[in-house]
Design a protein around this ligand. Structure first.
Ligand code: ZN
Ligand code: ZN
Length: 376
């Protein structure tokens, strides 16, 4: 979407992207009869301005985009976010911020309800007599859910970095010797060496019964042969995240009947969802594509989380593929995970997670790691 200059600097956000994002937000404001909105969620600020520093107060009205922050960030804002008017908060910052809010040339202003603390609201918004402050929800998050081609490209790079780290690390494991924690560290090191600025989230390596906890923390015991090992990982590159899971087993499964029944049920559920997800479906319909298969196999009780989530600047963002999702539908350009799992107490877990791009005709798979679980 943006020009070659961005590619040279490695930035995934160009000026034109930023302008079109602001314009899309402004048309949402008109729909909701708002004169402007205060954006405080750091990833939303980054999305709308390019500023990566985190802390500040972005106010967007139809005419202006003002960004208030303190002296720690002045230079960074000028460098990363030339499209905003920098409002330099002086100390004491509290007074300076109150003056800024009072000066906003608008009447009805939205704020991000999910990211506003009661403390902040009491201190700054409640006593502001010059504006009507209105809670809003999901405006910028909704825009972020549909990715621009350059964002998809950044996500592809984050996936490749993590997949290459997986391929470089997993074959080095010596069952009975390598610990969960060691493997997690190898994966992290390989991702960082391949260009990850950080992990998208703490890597999960969970062998045998540990894998029965969907969000287990890697421990110091050796990975035994013959048990399912859940590896859930992702890298962050240029601000964008990846997230995938493979379940592997070193040597022959010690409980082959159950292993294959569980593994193949999860795989079938995942393949069905990947084949049938398409634009126009809501998150509940998407979730059911996998959940029904797992439930019919008798494991409905053992699939406790939702089928998937959006991925972008954050590893969990909109849309949701979940039995409790609202009516909003999948749209071309969304990037989602598809990650059914079965977790059996005292035995272990199997989860298989891929990332895909919602395209006009259906889901285009972005991850490419094979799904053969046995490692000889
Ligand atoms: Zn994951
Ligand atoms: Zn995930």
């Amino acid at each position: 979407m943006s020009g070659p200059a961005n590619r040279q600097t490695g930035m995934s956000t160009g000026r034109r992207d930023i302008e079109s994002r602001m314009e899309r937000l402004r048309s949402l404001l008109s729909n909701r009869e708002l004169d402007g909105v205060l954006v405080t969620q750091p990833y939303n600020i980054r999305y709308l301005t390019g500023f990566t520093g985190g802390e500040g107060w972005l106010v967007i009205t139809q005419e202006r985009a003002q960004f208030a922050t303190d002296s720690r960030y002045f230079e960074q804002v000028e460098r990363e976010a030339p499209g905003v008017e920098l409002v330099r908060l002086q100390s004491p910052v509290k007074e300076s911020l109150i003056k800024f809010f009072e000066s906003i040339p608008a009447k009805r202003l939205g704020f991000e309800a999910e990211h506003m603390t009661v403390g902040f609201s009491n201190r700054f918004l409640r006593n502001d007599k010059s504006h009507e402050w209105v809670p809003t929800s999901g405006m910028v998050l909704g825009l972020r859910a549909v990715k621009e081609p350059e964002e998809v490209e950044a996500i592809r790079v984050a996936i490749r970095v993590a997949e290459d780290a997986f391929k470089a690390s997993v074959p080095r494991v010596v069952p009975g010797k390598t610990t969960e924690r060691e493997l997690a560290w190898w994966l992290e090191k390989e991702m960082r060496e391949r260009g990850a600025e950080k992990l998208a989230f703490d890597t999960i390596v969970a062998a045998g019964p540990n894998g029965a906890m969907a969000h287990a923390v890697p421990g110091g015991t050796p990975i035994p042969p013959g048990v399912p090992v859940v590896i859930d990982m992702g890298a962050q590159v240029d601000g964008y995240c990846s997230d995938f899971t493979r379940t592997v087993c070193w040597g022959k499964p010690e409980d082959p009947e159950r292993f294959w029944e569980v593994y193949n049920t999860v795989l079938k559920a995942q393949e069905n969802a990947i084949a049938k997800l398409r634009p126009g479906m809501n998150g509940r319909e998407g979730d059911a594509l996998a959940r029904d298969i797992i439930a019919r196999a008798g494991y409905g009780h053992a699939f406790g989380h939702s089928l998937g989530h959006g991925v972008g600047l954050q590893v969990h963002e909109l849309p949701r593929l979940s039995a409790s999702a609202d009516d909003s539908t999948l749209k071309p350009g969304m990037v989602v995970t598809v990650e059914p799992g079965i977790y059996l107490r005292a035995w272990g877990g199997v989860r298989i997670e891929d990332m895909g791009l919602v395209a006009e005709h259906g889901l285009e798979l972005l991850t490419s790691l094979p799904k053969e679980p046995l490692i000889p």
